[in-house]
Design a protein around this ligand. Sequence first.
Ligand code: IPM
Ligand code: MN
Length: 369
Amino acid sequence: MKTYQLTVLSGDGIGPEVVDVALDVLSVASKQANIQFDVTEKLMGGCAFEKTGHPLPQDTLDACLESDAVLLGAVGGPKWDELPHEKKPEQALLGLRKALGLFSNLRPAKVYDALVDASSLKSEIVRGSDVMVVRELTGGIYFSEPRGMDDSKGWNTLAYEKEEVDRIACVAFELAQKRNGRLTSVHKANVLESSQFWRECVNRIHGDYPDVSLSEMYVDNAAMQLVRDPRQFDVIVTQNLFGDILSDIAAMITGSLGMLPSASMGKKYAMYEPVHGSAPEIAGTNQANPIATIGSIAMMLEYTFNEPESAQRINRAIDQVLKDGYRTKDIASKDSIIVSTSEMRNHIIENLKQDETSIIEMVRTSYEE
Ligand code: IPM
Ligand code: MN
């Protein structure tokens, strides 16, 4: 049986609760797929700072560098807001992305039919919308030099190199090919030279993907179009900062951040995490929505471990539980059955196991025929 190395960084706030549930789901899914995970847990974020004085200890980084995939819960919280810049949990996340070379960040925002009413937008606008935001994650204004702050000013630089744009464009075109064949490149080329350069690179790469239809949009317009008519989008590709903002907007179309998984990938490493934050206000109360982290496990099985069927089984289980009306508080509406984190876990696992039986039955009946 194949054994993979998985490093788990539960982090802060609700991180440990949602990660525990996701690992339970993974253990059922991996049995079904006949694979095995060797799980190593490490500290990262505020909890790591408390214990070691650093939010990203070397030992954590080393474990990640030796693993096939990393699962992250959430980091940060008001408790650590006043720390110096380099000790903040957010810096640990940025440092980890950079150290692992995770240049492409995939943030799917899909509206579940059962949840159309959870969105703050009208259901007729959001129904059926399914957007994949591909965010460049290790460049742009988040990382470019020079940067700094003194008494009289603060400054950052926004620069992109050809290789950085080309590789994220390739990822986005490939994804568009596998989805509905449409890619929107979002930039601000009417103002920024770095965006004019971005546009040129994406247009050139398009030559290799003639079957994908490419359009472009200024970022301000894209923000507006996302809430006006999200169904016009299939895949969006954009720079780091724009992707940060647009993925939050795309997330709200679906009604709850608690639902959205993400994958961050590079040439060698991959990290999977829910899009939501650490929600310290509900930490430890068994109320958090574990679906985004479970969905991240599904992305991991599909992208890193090439087990798309296993991923589909998990997604079907989530779908079914929502159809049955079960909701954690964050996505509840008036007719739903409100459940705790652990009840949600049980329902999803039960459905996942039933799916297994149905596969066995399918094989058996086809054999009997
Ligand atoms: C995200 C977060 C991070 C980012 C922060 C916590 C550094 O907002 O993953 O979207 O800005 O990338
Ligand atoms: Mn963000």
